[in-house]
Design a protein around this ligand. Structure first.
Ligand code: HEC
Length: 131
């Protein structure tokens, strides 16, 4: 009898723990392509992760870039990288987004392709396109 109760209790704890630690659903994806891969090289070279977080890497001096390509369209991203301004993101930041207007046009396009490939998923798992 007591053994039975103990077995059930252990079972409940194990199942409860598994449910508790179930990984959260995937919310952000990277739609890899050749242009996006080229952009990722620039992204790493320029050290964007020294201020931004992406897929759990990097820092929080600026807004997280997960899903950036669902929030912003490519025209917006291209213009913003050339002439950024404070006031985007979800809070004021102590550092400011530097302008990347000295990059070659092809490098900027690649960077925009990379950011555009960082997408968010809706509740049904569909990729959200920028408005
Ligand atoms: C010195 C820190 C710093 C670096 C380096 C930096 N950023 Fe930023 N970034 C910021 C901050 C801070 C903001 C928010 C705007 C502000 O307050 O200036 C921002 C905003 C942005 C946004 C707009 C986010 C949104 O809400 O849509 C994008 C996109 C972005 N950065 C991309 C990049 C990319 C790509 C690089 C590398 C080429 C980069 N950043 C490098 C600090 C930085």
């Amino acid at each position: 009898m007591l053994v039975g109760v103990a077995v059930i209790a252990v079972y409940a704890v194990v199942v409860g723990t598994l449910i508790y630690f179930k990984p959260p659903p995937v919310r952000f994806v990277y739609m890899e392509s050749a242009p996006a891969r080229a952009g990722e090289v620039i992204f790493r070279r320029e050290g964007c992760l020294s201020c931004h977080e992406l897929f759990g890497n990097g820092t929080g001096y600026g807004p997280a870039l997960d899903g950036a390509g669902s929030r912003r369209d490519r025209v917006w991203l291209g213009e913003y990288l050339r002439s950024p301004r404070p006031g985007v993101g979800d809070r004021p930041y102590r550092l400011r987004m530097p302008a990347y207007d000295t990059l070659e046009a092809g490098e900027l396009d690649a960077l925009v392709a990379y950011l555009g490939a960082l997408r968010e998923l809706d509740a049904d798992g569909r990729i959200i396109d920028p408005r």
